[in-house]
Design a protein around this ligand. Structure first.
Ligand code: 8YV
Length: 319
């Protein structure tokens, strides 16, 4: 039997590409540019499967132009806000994602952003690097202490819980909002809040770990920033759509929050040029899951889903 034909839209890890080449009739986008709508539509006629990243947008309008050949979209991401799931499913296309395997890497980056934002990483690095560090004072670059502080987590799924585990290492008092309360063995002492508003009132540090959906768009808006304790620090490693960026700048200007750590932006790639003027915004370019170990694990998880599908089984991460 001929191998299924697979399009890999981006430059995945070497181990992933080698395994894909062994098991599939694979075409890899070595240019490593985001797949365009035209490319996706053309691929739907030429391939049985696509292995995309969050950079390819399967909107309803694009999916409506798909041919019938494409059977499965096996995402190399946990987030699937780039996929119109009803449209894909309506077209008879199976969709999978890669949960679990990126939780620790993403939680690590959230911790880095929280610490860096709280402790003046941007300004500190700049002054040393530029040679402008010519004095010292006990009043110099005084930050906000993480150890023993209260942290609020919005979205206590796999990444939220991995972040909580790391926060426990700093003896933080953990509070969370989630659609439903966790079992005690998952909550591990974290305090449940049944509304975002209630959580924000105690969130001296706040970390966002929920998916981007129509309900969570601009989750952090002017009204919600106003509920945070003065001088709070906000971290976002989930999706840029969760934060109203104008409201964030306003909250910083008013001291409602003292710093932010962002790996995600409303506009990606690119970010928000208005943030660049603020040393108390510590920014990274959407690299939450970008470790060698996790990239291999994500690629292998996506291939596991493809293997299951083409062997007539239900993929483990069927959405
Ligand atoms: C990935 C992510 O880098 O998995 C996700 O949802 O946002 C990131 O961890 C990216 O999506 C890879 O496609």
């Amino acid at each position: 039997m001929s191998k299924p034909r697979l399009w890999i839209t981006r430059r995945l890890s070497d181990a992933t590409l080698a395994r894909a080449a062994r098991d599939y009739d694979v075409v890899i986008n070595h240019e490593d540019l985001p797949g365009t709508a035209e490319q996706l539509i053309a691929a739907s006629a030429d391939f049985d499967a696509i292995l995309p990243c969050h950079s390819e947008h399967f909107s309803a309008g694009v999916v409506a132009q798909f041919s019938d050949r494409l059977k499965i979209v096996a995402n190399h991401s946990v987030g699937v806000d780039h996929c119109d799931l009803p449209a894909l499913k309506g077209h008879g296309i199976v969709v999978t994602n890669t949960p679990d395997v990126l939780s620790d890497a993403t939680a690590e980056l959230a911790m880095l952003l929280m610490l860096g934002a709280a402790r003046n990483a941007v300004a500190g690095d700049r002054i040393v690097r530029s040679g402008a560090w010519d004095s010292w004072s006990p009043a110099f670059m005084v930050g906000k202490q993480v150890t023993d502080a209260r942290v609020g987590i919005i979205g206590m799924g796999r990444v939220g819980r991995a972040f909580a585990a790391k926060a426990r290492g700093f003896n933080m008092e953990i509070h969370y909002y989630n659609r439903s309360e966790l079992r005690a063995d998952q909550a591990k002492g974290a305090v449940y809040h049944d509304s975002v508003e209630s959580l924000l009132g105690v969130a001296d540090f706040l970390s966002l770990h929920c998916p981007a959906t129509p309900e969570t768009t601009n989750l952090m808006n002017t009204d919600r920033f106003a509920l945070l304790p003065a001088g709070a620090v906000m971290v976002n490693t989930a999706r840029g759509a969760l934060v109203d960026e104008a409201a964030l700048l306003n909250a910083l200007a008013q001291g409602q929050i003292s710093a932010a750590g962002l790996d995600c932006f409303q506009t990606e790639p690119g970010g928000n040029p208005a943030f660049a003027a603020h040393d108390n915004i510590f920014m990274l370019p959407h690299i939450g899951s970008a470790t060698r170990k996790t990239r291999d694990a994500m690629g292998f998880r996506a291939l596991d889903n493809l293997d299951a599908f083409f062997n007539g089984k239900t993929p483990g991460d069927l959405l």
